[in-house]
Design a protein around this ligand. Structure first.
Ligand SMILES: [Mn+2]
Length: 317
């Protein structure tokens, strides 16, 4: 998290008159969660965070002086060892904390967090927005529809075109807030959403073409460098190479992994990450030299080779 962003969030927090702070992921599941929170509570202060980075927001919240009447709701973010102490500190500062998630949790982290916060629900049968719907607005038809759209995308069912349009239309915080606000009012498609979709489709096509051009196959593992659209890029590579594992690197060392076998989170855990059995992410923590190295040597870079080797090991086991 950039320092300027931290200051902005603290300022927004001090001005905020509501009670619900929603800390969530960045994808459509998260936006659907947020729509359900807005529908339930009206005034919500939302922070969209990558899975790798959310602890830094927890530490930021610890700087808030008066936390009485504040409830922190985490959703679609997996439990991590480093977060246990952060939520414990917030509890001591008077926060109420609820957490809804569907990633794979380490048993010990799950127990520690359960003991520490007010409510924890981890259920891998449902996606995060379905958990929010069940807990907050179970019998509300609009919330149910939001949850169904989120599930269609998050579980890669892709039967409802709206989930493709909405998830593609997501580009930045402003677009997430706009879409969450529309969905919370039962608006799932309109001219503005279609316009956002068209703009992002152009961008997405460029990213996908680039990713395909830079891709390579090592045994059954397809590798590429990509600036986003992880699920789409991985699906494209699997289609193209008949691969069983797809590794998508970003220039800074953050990576996504997709696997046919339920081993994605195990691979990611070896590289400071985690996630789902078939889709996960981690971080190779590139130094400046390694960022340059990736451009020069691509997949021969030592850390990348180690990642590819780890992925192949899991493919054979
Ligand atoms: Mn999710």
């Amino acid at each position: 998290m950039r320092r300027k962003l931290g200051k902005e969030i603290l300022r927004a927090l001090s001005r905020f008159n509501g009670n619900i702070i929603h800390l969530t992921h960045t994808d459509l599941d998260a936006v659907c969660c947020d729509a359900i929170f807005r529908r339930k509570y009206g005034d919500v202060l939302t922070i969209f965070s990558s899975v790798q980075d959310y602890s830094s927001y927890l530490d930021l919240f610890a700087q808030v002086q008066k936390a009485t009447n504040l409830t922190l709701c985490l959703s679609d973010l997996g439990g991590r060892e480093g977060a246990v102490e952060s939520v414990a500190r917030l509890k001591r500062n008077g926060w109420r904390i609820e957490w809804r998630d569907h990633h794979v949790w380490d048993v010990r982290v799950f127990k520690d967090v359960t003991r520490t916060i007010d409510y924890l629900c981890v259920n891998r049968e449902l996606c995060a927005c379905e958990l929010a719907c069940k807990d907050l607005l179970e019998s509300d038809p609009i919330a149910q529809e939001i949850a169904a759209i989120g599930r269609d995308r998050d579980f890669w069912v892709n039967k409802d075109r709206r989930s493709d349009v909405l998830s593609t239309a997501i580009s930045d915080t402003a677009s997430r807030e706009k879409l969450a606000s529309k969905m919370s009012r039962g608006i799932f498609t309109d001219a503005e959403i279609e316009g956002m979709y068209t703009v992002q489709m152009d961008r997405k096509n460029k990213v996908m073409n680039n990713a395909l051009r830079q891709s390579a196959l090592f045994d059954h593992t397809a590798v590429t460098i990509s600036r986003g659209y992880s699920s789409d890029v991985a699906a494209m590579l699997r289609d193209r190479y008949q691969s069983r594992t797809e590794l998508l690197l970003r220039a800074n060392g953050v990576f996504s992994v997709r696997t046919v076998a339920p081993v994605s989170n195990q691979i990611a855990m070896l590289f400071d990450g985690g996630g789902h059995p078939h889709a996960a992410g981690g971080n190779l923590h590139f130094t400046i030299a390694e960022k340059v190295g990736l451009r020069l040597f691509a997949y021969r870079l030592k850390k990348v080779r180690e990642l590819i080797e780890a992925a192949s090991r899991f493919d054979q086991s």
